[in-house]
Design a protein around this ligand. Structure first.
Ligand code: NAD
Ligand code: UGA
Length: 325
């Protein structure tokens, strides 16, 4: 019999890829999403179109801060929690309320439901933003966590909640700290999306700061692979860095994009963004040893695939209509 698994944030960038992979593995997938308007909900429906056409996939539209989660996860063999209010730079000011609700309250409600399902694993999507500006690179799981953005503070709170439900109720969780994920369907607010679409339109690219900040960019199918491996994992570790092994500066990324797009990009240097850490770099030894995780897609190949996806997506009237940040 097929195993039922639940994916929250199923219509998002990473969640939609994960649903496809879980269907490929023969699971029955219940995708949950509230289609927030952080970016176009119509675009999120396009993300899910391939899944919806497949037997074994069911979509439950619902907000995790209010819906009956126990009913949704009943009979599930595992839960992948990706739903969140993402985005580092927009987490200041009045927007913070959304981050508290979707990153902290939603996770707490999910954990409350999971405490009554002993042994059902939770694969939780965390973030490199929990570290903040670290003194030592690469970042290791046990390094100090001092988030620099309100977003990072909510993602760290969610990890703390997972741990306290494990300690008090035995909830079996694995938290994956992804490092800046990219690839087809990347969120429109993220750097690669903005750079590629500006490149297509011969528009200006705004670089926040001097462009020397570095990220350990992770291709989306590598992040998905980590989820599948974490689901199967039955060892003692709970938190894993998931990095792509392609740590480069923003200026280097733009060099690769110019080569791949075959045109010069119009770069403008602006203010450094508040909450933006200078460097990220994942130590992935634990993920390698415990999960057998190794990133497969390098930066040039990954950028080529994201460019190809945007070309196709923006080549359709529907894609052009949905594309806004
Ligand atoms: P995304 O915005 O594309 O996907 C998140 C999805 O969650 C959206 O479809 C949204 O509608 C849904 N959602 C939000 N709040 C909800 C709620 N209360 N109830 C139900 N659904 C809700 O983001 P993404 O980039 O795919 O990120 C997925 C996860 O990975 C998030 O937890 C994010 O914090 C984490 N993460 C992402 C990156 C990255 O580089 N993209 C890096 C580190 C961590
Ligand atoms: C990304 C995700 O957006 C977060 O949800 C996630 O939690 C985080 O990764 C993580 O690793 O934990 P970020 O690294 O800011 O956050 O990703 P991008 O939006 O792709 O930005 C990368 C860099 O490019 C940042 O330094 C940013 O300031 C810069 N940037 C972005 C620009 O210079 N110009 C832009 O137009 C956009």
């Amino acid at each position: 019999m097929k195993e039922k698994v639940v994916v929250t944030g199923a219509a998002g960038f990473i969640g939609s890829h994960l649903c496809e992979r879980l269907l490929d593995e023969g699971h029955e997938v219940l995708g949950v999403d509230s289609f927030t308007d952080y970016y176009s909900p119509e675009r999120k429906r396009l993300h899910l179109a391939a899944c919806i056409a497949r037997p074994g996939f069911t979509l439950a539209e619902g907000d995790l801060t209010t819906c009956d989660i126990a009913r949704l996860i009943k009979g599930a063999r595992g839960v992948f929690h990706l739903a969140a209010q993402a985005g580092v730079r927009r987490s200041w000011g009045k927007e913070f309320a959304l981050y508290i609700e979707s990153n902290i309250l939603a996770t707490q409600r999910l954990l409350e439901a999971l405490k009554d399902l002993p042994g059902v694993p939770l694969v939780h999507s965390s973030s490199s933003s929990v570290y903040g500006e670290t003194r030592t690179l690469p970042m290791r799981e046990d390094h100090p966590k001092v988030p620099l953005s309100p977003y990072g503070a909510t993602k760290l709170s969610a990890e703390h909640l997972c741990e306290l439900y494990r300690l008090n109720y035995g909830v079996k969780y694995r938290a994956l700290r992804y490092f800046t994920v990219y690839g087809p369907r990347q969120r429109p607010d993220m750097a690669f999306s903005r750079f590629i679409t500006a490149g297509f339109a011969a528009g200006a690219i705004e670089i926040y700061g001097n462009g020397k900040q570095t990220r350990d960019f992770t291709y989306v199918t590598d992040a998905v692979e980590a989820n599948v491996r974490a689901y199967r994992y039955d060892g003692p570790h709970t938190v894993f860095n998931i990095g792509g092994g392609s740590r480069v500066s923003i200026l280097d990324v733009l060099g690769v994009m110019e080569r791949e797009l075959g045109s010069r990009l119009d770069l403008r240097f602006g203010e450094r963004a508040k909450g933006d850490v200078t460097d990220t770099w994942a130590d992935t030894e634990l993920a390698r040893d415990a999960l057998g995780f190794a990133p497969r897609v390098d930066l040039s190949e990954g950028i080529r695939r994201e460019i190809a996806w945007y070309r196709e997506y923006l080549g359709t009237a529907e894609g052009r209509r949905c594309h806004h940040d």
